[in-house]
Design a protein around this ligand. Structure first.
Ligand code: ADP
Ligand code: MG
Length: 541
C-alpha cells in the first residue's frame, strides 16, 4: 500500500487529546525485566512507516527507516532518525539476509507469522480451535484432478485462492465445472509470478458476503483482547477501498460472538502483537467464517483507533517491551463512528491503472478532532501522479447502498456486471462482423471501428482474434479494447468467446441478416443491419 494517503474521519473526539489510554492494571504474571526499547527498525515504507515514526517520536524513541533505490527520497526516510540502504529497487520488502536476522530472536512471532501466512495451514488450525471456517479443501495434494473433484464436491461457485496469497492476487471465482481447469491454470500463473508458489486452496464462494474483520491484540502473558470490528466490504477486485468502524447494522450479540471467535483464533497461535482476524459473513444466512489472520498492524487500523481512542502503535511498542496489554477487554471503549478512504494515484477511467509522476499539488484537508490523515507522500515527491481516485471515492460515499449501510463485497461489481453486459453486446457485434465477412474476403476489410488481427487458419476449424474499440458511456466502465476469439466450425457456424461470455452463432440461411445466436445456452434470433456513415462502417444490432 505504498504511495497512498488515507483519511479517517471521526465525530466529536480529538485524536490529540487521548485520555491516558494505558491503565495501570497489574500484569497477569510477573515479567522478566526487559531492557527497554530505545530504537525501532521499521521494516516497511509509505504511510504506515510514517505512522510508526509519529508514535515512536511521541514516546521518545528513535527510529530507523530502510529504503531501496526506489524510495531513497521518500517521506519515511526523511522523517526517521536514521535510514539504512537495503538494496536495489527490485528487492522484496524484507530481504532475508538483512532484516530477518534481526527478527530471529522473536521466535514466537515469526512462527505465528509463517503459520498465518499459509491460508491452508491456518484454516486447518482454526477448524480445530472452535473457529468456523468456509467449507473447502485445504489439502497438500495439489494434482489438478483432485482439485477439480474437490471443487465438484464443494459445489459451484467456488473460489480458488493461492495458499500464500495476499492483496486479492491470484484468486479466481469459478462458476461451473467446465471453467475450472482454465481458471486454475490462470490462478497458478498469477500466483507463481506474485508469490513464487503454486499451491492453492479451494473454498465455497459466498455470493453476497460482507468482509468483517476484528482487531485483536495479544501480549506475552497469554492475554488476548479484541478492539471491535471493521467493515471492509467496499472492495474492488478483492481489495479494500473504504473501511469503517464499527460495522453498520450489527447487533451486540453478533459483535460479541465474532469478537470472541477472533480472540479464540489469536489464542490458538499464542499470538503476541497487533493482528487482524478476517471473517467473511454470508449475508444470506448470517453465518460468519474465518478467512485469514493478518499478523501486523494494517493500513486500516486508524478507524479502530478513532472509535476506541487507543494508540495501537503504542500498544505494540509496550507489548514488545514486555509489558502486559494496556487495557482489559471490558475497559476498551467503543464510541463514535469512523471511516477511512484510501486515496491512490490511479487513473479510474482507464481501469484504475496505477499512475506515476511528480506530485505537483498536494493539499489534504486540515487535520482536526474529526479528520485524520495518514500519508506517505508530500508535495513535490516523485512518487504519485496527477490522476487519483478521489472523485471515485466521493461517488462511492454518495452511493445509496453505501449510505444505507447495505454493504457487501460485490457492491462495486455493479461495474463488473455492466462490463459483462457490454461484453455480451460486443460478442453480438462480433457475430455481425463475422457474418458480414462471409460475403467478403477478410483481407479487403478496412477502417471502421473494427480491426482484424492475426486471423490464422489451421486446416478447419480456424480461430482468429478480433479486437474491438469502444467508447464508454459511463465512467465506471473501462475503455480498453476488447479482444474476442472467433472459432469457425463450419461455413455458417462459429463460436465467439470473450471471458465469461460465449456465443455460438449460426446463420439462418433463409432470412438474410437474421442470425440465430446462442448466448451461454440461450438461443435467440438477432437482426443485423449494415450501413456506411461518414466513411465508417456501422453495424446495427
Ligand atoms: P487476501 O490475502 O488477498 O486478502 P483473502 O482470503 O483475505 O485474501 O480474501 C480477500 C477478499 O476476497 C475478501 O475480502 C473477500 O471479499 C473475498 N473472498 C475471500 N474468500 C471468499 C469466499 N469464500 N467467498 C466470497 N468472497 C471471498
Ligand atoms: Mg485478506
Amino acid at each position: 500500500m505504498g504511495n497512498s494517503t488515507s483519511i479517517a474521519r471521526r465525530s466529536k473526539r480529538s485524536w490529540s487529546s487521548l485520555a491516558n489510554p494505558f491503565s495501570q492494571a497489574p500484569p497477569v504474571e510477573k515479567s522478566p525485566v526487559q531492557r527497554p526499547i530505545e530504537k525501532i527498525l521499521i521494516a516497511n515504507r509509505g504511510e504506515i512507516a510514517c505512522r510508526i515514526i509519529k508514535t515512536a517520536r511521541s514516546l521518545g524513541l528513535k527510529t530507523v527507516a530502510v529504503y531501496s533505490d526506489a524510495d531513497r527520497n521518500s517521506l519515511h526516510v526523511r522523517r526517521a532518525d536514521e535510514a539504512v540502504f537495503i538494496g536495489p529497487a527490485t528487492c522484496p520488502l524484507l530481504p532475508s539476509s538483512t532484516l530477518l536476522v534481526a527478527l530471529e530472536p522473536m521466535q514466537s512471532i515469526p512462527a505465528a507469522i509463517s503459520l498465518m501466512g499459509d491460508k491452508s495451514a491456518s484454516k486447518k488450525l482454526m477448524s480445530g480451535a472452535n473457529v468456523p471456517v468456509v467449507p473447502g479443501y485445504h489439502g497438500d495434494d495439489q494434482s489438478h484432478e483432485l482439485l477439480q473433484s474437490e471443487a465438484d464436491r464443494i459445489g459451484y461457485p467456488v473460489l480458488i485462492k493461492p495458499v500464500l496469497g495476499g492483496g486479492g492476487k491470484g484468486m479466481r471465482i469459478v462458476h461451473s465445472r467446465d471453467e475450472f481447469l482454465d481458471s486454475l491454470r490462470s490462478a497458478l500463473r498469477e500466483s507463481a509470478a506474485a508469490f513464487g508458489d503454486t499451491r492453492v486452496l479451494i473454498e465455497k464462494y459466498i455470493a453476497q458476503p460482507r468482509h468483517i474483520e476484528v482487531q485483536i491484540f495479544g501480549d506475552r502473558f497469554g492475554n488476548v483482547v479484541h478492539l471491535f470490528e471493521r467493515d471492509c466490504s467496499v472492495q474492488r477486485r478483492h481489495q479494500k477501498i473504504i473501511e469503517e468502524a464499527p460495522a453498520p447494522l450489527m447487533s451486540d450479540d453478533f459483535r460479541n460472538s465474532i469478537g470472541q471467535a477472533a480472540v479464540n483464533a489469536a489464542k490458538a497461535v499464542n499470538y503476541e502483537n497487533a493482528g487482524t482476524v478476517e471473517f467473511i459473513v454470508d449475508t444470506a444466512t448470517g453465518d460468519f467464517f474465518f478467512m485469514e489472520m493478518n499478523t501486523r498492524l494494517q493500513v486500516e487500523h486508524p478507524v479502530t483507533e478513532m472509535v476506541t481512542r487507543q494508540d495501537l502503535v503504542e500498544w505494540q511498542i509496550r507489548v514488545a517491551n514486555g509489558e502486559s496489554l494496556p487495557l482489559e477487554q471490558k475497559s476498551i471503549p467503543l464510541q463514535g463512528h469512523a471511516f477511512e478512504a484510501r486515496v491512490y494515484a490511479e487513473n479510474v477511467p482507464r481501469g484504475f491503472l496505477p499512475a506515476a509522476g511528480v506530485l505537483y499539488h498536494y493539499n489534504p484537508p486540515t487535520a482536526s478532532s474529526t479528520v485524520r490523515i495518514e500519508t506517505g507522500v508530500e508535495q513535490s515527491d516523485a512518487v504519485a501522479g496527477l490522476p487519483t481516485n478521489i472523485h471515485f471515492l466521493k461517488k462511492l460515499a454518495k452511493h445509496p447502498a453505501f449510505r444505507a449501510g447495505d454493504l457487501e463485497t460485490q457492491l462495486l461489481d455493479f461495474s463488473e456486471r455492466a462490463k459483462r453486459d457490454v461484453k455480451s453486446f460486443a460478442a453480438l457485434a462480433a457475430v455481425g462482423v463475422c457474418v458480414r465477412e462471409s460475403f467478403r474476403r477478410p483481407e479487403s476489410r478496412t477502417g471502421g471501428p473494427w480491426h482484424t488481427t492475426s486471423g490464422f487458419r489451421v486446416n478447419n476449424p480456424y480461430t482468429r482474434k478480433i479486437s474491438l474499440d469502444w467508447m464508454p458511456e459511463s465512467e465506471s466502465l473501462s475503455c480498453e479494447p476488447m479482444s474476442l476469439d472467433v472459432t469457425y466450425s463450419s461455413d455458417s457456424e462459429f463460436l465467439v468467446k470473450i471471458h465469461l461470455v460465449s456465443n455460438t452463432a449460426k446463420r439462418v440461411a433463409s432470412s438474410g441478416c437474421d442470425i440465430t445466436v446462442d448466448i451461454n445456452g440461450i438461443s435467440s434470433t438477432i437482426s443485423y443491419g449494415y450501413y456506411l456513415q461518414k466513411s465508417a462502417y456501422h453495424i446495427h444490432v
